[in-house]
Design a protein around this ligand. Structure first.
Ligand code: GDP
Ligand code: IMO
Ligand code: MG
Length: 425
């Protein structure tokens, strides 16, 4: 298999975990390149469900090398907890096959406090962040005051950086947000106490990745969140704080753009979104509740109910264009069973004009009216289908219509959460 970037083509939770796990069987290296534990990637093998927040979704394949790239923001406690839980279940999480880039930035307690404090203060216009400190950590990276995983080897550097960071942040926390200030020594002590367990994982992942590629390995670059949560191209300001687009797989894992050979966009057969922000095809009626219940649409990270709506081909087209998607993996098609009619948004109307692409002015997407096309629904249980030809005519017609509208081929069709519940074309 060629080096492949896997990204979410909507607003996250498209089923990236399942697709990465599936394609990991054909890859030797899996790299996370952005985001942090705002992600929740679910893998179902048999009756066992695994939700990963930081560890790459290839970890369940014993031979695969799993790397946390420089573009990730890493919460040390969450990483250690996740590896311990995996180890307790017999998964090999030794530093021989799981490593963190020395250049990855660390999420510290003050990032989480600031994330929560800001959201609390935002009252009527919350972003609805996961509260994991993602935004404040990326802010410090850009402000050049962040701590990186490699710093853990130098306690004096850790203490100096934490002290420096808290000079400013404690003023904000105490004076502006009326939150508790943090003691620099306590923060440094807490972090340095974790260092002995973390440091074996902290490696020159660039060297490991390049050595593997030179030896002929195929690499999977595992995206988190979704394209419409991208800091530049998403529904700003209701976005996450990293570039989620496929292009960032290169910068976020230290490979050349020319190493990215194939881009798989994971896309649900309908749409969901967690947190605030515009969502043109959102359903606030029984059909929306049906999708939420039937699709178990509750956040894998925060447990929040996900907002649900119809498939939006405008959103999908934009993702295809921004990422050079070579293949789409359509997920959760089974969830649409028993809806009498399926609606597909093919365009938007805004101020008397018809739009094929998302408007770029802030707030405009919140004012569009979706233009829908209706196709018949299906009643058959498709969760056992393993071949495209086995799908009922109505289902095949729906998939083919989505291909026409998005301009990309649905090379994978997922009809259930299980590893084997996939049609490959
Ligand atoms: P990710 O963040 O993109 O990895 O997606 P999540 O794991 O947050 O959410 C996807 C959910 O859908 C998980 O609970 C998966 O087990 C489940 N899932 C994935 N593919 C399918 C599918 O084809 N059908 C059904 N019914 N569930 C699926
Ligand atoms: P996976 O990888 C869905 C959303 C949050 C919020 C916005 C900003 O599982 O698809 P943040 O904590 O990142 O500052 O929150 O982004 N968000 C996600 N929504 N899936 C995710 O990850 C998400 N990660 C962040 O709900 O609206
Ligand atoms: Mg998720």
């Amino acid at each position: 298999m060629a080096n492949t970037v896997i990204i979410g083509a909507q607003w996250g939770d498209e089923g990236k975990g399942k697709i990465v796990d599936m394609l990991s069987a054909r890859s030797q290296v899996i790299v996370r390149f952005q985001g942090g534990n705002n992600a929740g990637h679910t893998i179902k093998v048999g009756n066992e469900e695994t939700i990963l927040h930081l560890v790459p979704s290839g970890i369940l394949h014993p031979g695969a090398l799993c790397l946390v790239g420089n573009g990730v923001v890493l919460d040390p406690e969450v990483f250690l907890r996740e590896t311990e839980e995996l180890a307790a279940r017999g998964v090999d999480v030794s530093p021989g096959r799981l490593a963190i880039s020395k250049k990855a930035h660390l999420i510290l307690p003050y990032h989480k406090s600031l994330d929560k404090a800001r959201e609390a203060k935002r009252a009527g216009h919350k972003i609805g962040t996961t509260g994991r400190g993602i935004g404040p950590c990326y802010e410090d990276k850009a402000a050049r005051v962040g701590l990186r995983a490699g710093d853990l080897a130098d306690p004096d550097l850790v203490r100096a950086k934490v002290r420096h960071a808290l000079l400013e942040k404690n003023v904000l926390l105490r004076e502006l947000y009326k939150f508790e200030a943090l003691d620099p020594d306590a923060v440094s002590d807490g972090l340095l106490a974790l260092a002995p367990r973390l440091l074996p994982y902290v490696q020159d992942t660039d060297a490991r990745l390049h050595a593997a590629m030179e030896a002929g390995a195929d690499v999977l670059f595992e995206g988190a969140q979704g394209i419409h949560l991208d800091i530049d191209h998403g529904t700003y300001p209701f976005v996450t704080s990293s570039n989620t687009v496929a292009g960032n797989a290169a910068a976020g894992s230290a490979v050349a753009p020319s190493a990215l050979e194939r881009v798989v966009g994971v896309i649900k057969a309908y749409t969901t979104r967690v947190g605030s922000g515009p969502f043109p095809t959102e359903l606030l009626d029984d059909a929306g509740s049906y999708l939420r219940t039937n699709g178990h649409e509750f956040g894998a990270t925060t447990g929040r109910p996900r907002r649900c709506g119809w498939f939006d081909a405008v959103v999908a087209r934009e993702s295809v264009r921004l990422n050079g998607i070579t293949d789409l993996a359509l997920t959760k098609l089974d969830v649409l069973q028993n809806l009498p009619v399926l609606r597909i948004c093919v365009a938007y109307e805004l101020d008397g004009k018809t739009l094929d692409y998302l408007p770029q002015e802030e707030g405009a997407l919140g004012r569009v009216t979706p233009v829908y096309e209706e196709v018949p629904g299906f009643e058959e249980d498709i969760s056992g289908c393993r071949d495209f030809a086995e799908l009922p005519d109505t289902v095949r017609a729906y998939v083919e219509r989505l291909e026409e509208l998005t301009g990309a081929r649905m090379s994978f069709i997922s009809v259930g959460p299980g590893r084997e519940q996939t049609i490959e074309r």
